[in-house]
Write a protein that binds this ligand. Structure first.
Ligand code: PHE
Length: 374
């Protein structure tokens, strides 16, 4: 039965003490039963609530109703009672808090004896590693690294590289154009860059000569994927501009770079070629590092060089003066400076280097394949 404030039949000490004890016992029993925060709040309201709490009613019914001469004694008893009740309620509140704390410590507890989660450490992708190795060769020669956007304008990808407006490379055959660009002037139209060469112009706009830079990055062409093609692939570009740079510098630099990358016994050979932004232009051939240039492997023919003993590695040439005209205002006066540029496909070099015969394997992200290079 819930405790209610009794009417006292007299105010004798014996009656008072009995009533006070009964009240404390009732409060104690209720406090012991409290388990939750809501219950401890209800307990406090029931006993100490200002308007209609039990202690307020005791005040009214026992103390205020007492005759004048009894007030002092009754007052002292009621005060003592209040003190005892408050102590019981605070006790109940604290034990609720204690229990909550224990529960949350319990929930946060870490079992140090459980086995750990091991996260496998990743490794450089073979193409990225190949690019990094090529870049490192040029960094050792004092070249710094530059990068540019993969979504490019017609201006940087073609116009400023001396591609005439109707050059076949601008045809949808090769270039992936961004949709809905036709309302813009041609030079502002967006496309996926087809080579890293636009970063040549972007860098020359920012940095005055002399410069020596390497540009690693992704490029895109409208080629269906097969064993040697991918609509996305990787290039490493290079550009050196200074006064008196000659074709001899181009040959010496690239010969050194190929020996540093493929091994000191490879030979290099330059064949005439054409690019709109270099004049003269060349293709660099490296003696086949698989068969040593013989075209044969034992009694078999050498596949990587198709028996020729040579492997084509990159395109290069002397920067065309028409290209410098676009950045003349930043110190690239074609009458004063000259330079060379080169660009190579990192994917093909990685294929050759690791003896992989299908380019698609690099992009399928099968860890059983990739793990072999880690
Ligand atoms: N950008 C050319 C290509 O993608 C390669 C190249 C770069 C040629 C620099 C000459 C100079 O085929």
């Amino acid at each position: 039965m819930a405790y209610t404030v009794p009417k006292l039949k007299d105010l004798s000490d014996a009656t008072l003490i009995a009533a006070v004890n009964e009240c404390i016992r009732a409060c104690e029993a209720e406090a012991d039963a409290v388990e939750t925060e809501a219950e401890s709040k209800a307990l406090r309201d029931r006993w100490l609530g200002r308007k209609s709490g039990i202690l307020t009613r005791i005040n009214e019914e026992w103390l205020r109703a007492a005759p004048k001469e009894a007030k002092k004694n009754v007052g002292a008893r009621v005060n003592e009672l209040r003190f005892q009740i408050e102590a019981r309620i605070i006790g109940a509140e604290e034990s609720v808090k204690d229990r909550q704390k224990k529960r949350s410590v319990e929930a946060d507890r870490i079992d140090m004896t459980l086995p750990g989660i091991s996260r496998p450490i990743g490794a450089e992708h073979p193409i990225i590693r190949t690019m990094n190795e090529i870049v490192a060769v040029f960094r050792n020669l004092g070249y710094s690294v530059q990068e540019g956007p993969e979504i490019e304008t017609d201006y940087y990808n073609f116009e400023s590289l001396n591609f005439p407006p109707n050059h076949p490379a601008r045809d949808t055959q090769d270039t992936l154009f961004i949709a809905n660009q036709r309302t813009k002037p041609l030079r502002e139209q967006l496309l996926l860059r087809t080579h890293t060469s636009p970063v040549q112009i972007r860098t020359m706009e920012k940095i005055k000569p002399p410069i020596r830079i390497v540009i690693p990055g992704k490029v895109y062409r409208n080629d269906p994927p097969d064993a040697s093609h991918s609509p996305m692939f990787h290039q490493v570009e290079g550009l050196a501009v200074d006064t008196n740079i000659t074709f001899g510098d181009l040959k010496g630099t690239l010969d050194h770079a190929m020996k540093a990358f493929f091994g000191s016994n490879v030979k290099t050979s330059f064949r005439p070629s054409f690019f709109p932004f270099t004049e003269p232009s060349a293709e660099l051939m490296v003696s086949c590092f698989v068969c040593g240039g013989s075209g044969r492997r034992g009694s078999d023919t050498c596949r990587p060089c198709k028996q020729t003993g040579w492997i084509e590695i990159l395109g290069c040439g002397m920067v065309d003066p028409n290209v410098f005209e676009f950045v003349k205002d930043n110190g690239y006066d074609p009458a004063r400076v000259s330079g060379f540029a080169f660009g190579m496909g990192a994917d093909r070099i990685a294929l050759l280097k690791y003896g992989v015969d299908d380019l698609q394997l690099f992009f399928q992200n099968d860890v059983r394949f990739l793990r072999q290079f880690a």
